[in-house]
Write a protein that binds this ligand. Structure first.
Ligand SMILES: N[C@@H](CCC(=O)N[C@@H](CS)C(=O)NCC(=O)O)C(=O)O
Length: 219
């Protein structure tokens, strides 16, 4: 049985959960608190970089969310979450990588600030918002009039970007200037997999409290 080490408020973990659910695969979840449990020797033996998600498949271990998504796609190709058309495939991969490399890093200070866990300067927050907005403009143009980034079919692009973008309005980045992305977010939220993996307010509050306590211990 596939085993996923995850946390419900982790974007990267949620993407893997979404893929497993969309593919209808049975899997076992191992919840990580990330309160230090990621440094337990048993977990470090799976991932020396102490991060989730980690997927275990009959003793085979995969770390890094994009590698896990590709592994699941190759091993369980139906239903497919990758297009075969070369241009569509390139678009999907581009969206996945830009989400992780260009959008998530500037989201971090915005999240920390919105949770009251750090006090960033207004200049730094503005710069972070501008960097996210640059990605959103690009994504809006790539989505164009399609239902999903890979056209009519849900793909890994929607799964990866669809964990982070719906969260942006709560960080002071409303999607009103990006009507196609806004409709796309609404479309994703109608899917059972998104509803099932949506973190609740209580879960977010609990994580906030845990992070506050961890940060105060380090000071
Ligand atoms: N590039 C990694 C990033 C994973 C990552 O940042 N995981 C975070 C949670 S979202 C984590 O496990 N942090 C705990 C730590 O770094 O100790 C991926 O895509 O899987």
């Amino acid at each position: 049985m596939l085993k996923l080490y995850y946390n419900r408020i982790s974007f990267n973990s949620r993407g893997v959960c979404l893929s497993l659910l969309e593919k209808g695969l049975p899997f076992e979840l191992v919840a990580m608190k990330l309160d230090g449990d990621q440094f337990h020797p048993d977990f470090l033996a799976l991932n020396p970089f102490h991060q989730i998600p980690v997927l275990e498949d009959e003793g085979f271990v995969v770390v890094e969310s994009l590698a896990i998504l590709d592994y699941l796609e190759a091993k369980y190709p139906t239903p497919s979450l990758l297009p075969s058309d070369p241009q569509m495939l390139a678009t999907v991969k581009m969206i996945e990588l830009l989400t992780l490399n260009q959008m998530m890093p500037p989201m971090r200070p915005l999240m920390m600030n919105s949770m009251g866990l750090s006090e960033e300067s207004p200049e730094k927050l503005q710069e972070a918002k501008q960097n996210v907005a640059r990605v959103l403009r690009f994504f809006e143009s790539k989505l164009a009039d399609r239902l999903y980034f890979g056209d009519q079919q849900l793909t890994l692009a929607d799964i990866v970007a669809g964990t982070a973008i719906p969260f942006l309005p709560s960080l002071g980045l409303p999607l009103e200037d990006y009507p196609r992305l806004k409709d796309w977010c609404d479309r994703l939220m109608t899917r059972e997999s998104w509803q099932q993996t949506q973190p609740t307010e209580t879960e977010i509050t609990e994580v906030k409290a845990r992070m506050k306590s961890l940060l105060s211990q380090r000071q």
